[in-house]
Design a protein around this ligand. Structure first.
Ligand SMILES: [Mg+2]
Length: 141
């Protein structure tokens, strides 16, 4: 088994009898809420140590966030590696065709005119998701 986060977290979920799906799926609200709470707890722990450290604690809490995020993706049947690759593809379009990078005064990289938003819906559809019709979430109904 590889040491990628997705594989490690899958091993954990299978060993402990936790949910693991292979197709993107909306799950029961109580399970979805539980996963959100776990992730919020870990994110809060990162915030606690992000300024004062110590560095080993920060590293631990960052790993916990990633671990729980991968676990939440697995519970929902999302191949998170593929989603991250799409977000990365999108982020790299912030570099213009001539290599120019637009920055705000505080250094934040801005979205230039060639920026492409990530097509997360398309990635999930390739994974077998049938939800998220083009109008979902945009309708006034
Ligand atoms: Mg933690």
């Amino acid at each position: 088994m590889s040491s990628s986060p997705a594989d490690l977290v899958r091993e954990f979920h299978l060993a402990f009898g936790l949910d693991a799906r292979s197709t993107p799926t909306e799950v029961a609200p109580d399970l979805a809420a539980h996963r959100g709470e776990l992730l919020a707890e870990e994110a809060a722990e990162v915030a606690e140590v992000s300024v004062g450290g110590p560095l080993d604690r920060l590293a631990h809490e960052l790993a916990d966030v990633v671990y729980v995020a991968y676990g939440t993706a697995l519970v929902h049947g999302i191949d998170l590696d593929a989603v991250i690759a799409e977000v990365h593809r999108s982020n790299m379009t912030k570099i213009g065709p001539d290599g120019e990078i637009a920055r705000r005064a505080d250094g934040k990289v801005l979205k230039g005119e060639h920026y492409e938003t990530p097509d997360v819906r398309g990635v999930l559809r390739k994974q077998g998701w049938s939800g998220g019709t083009p109008d979902s979430g945009r309708s006034s109904e």
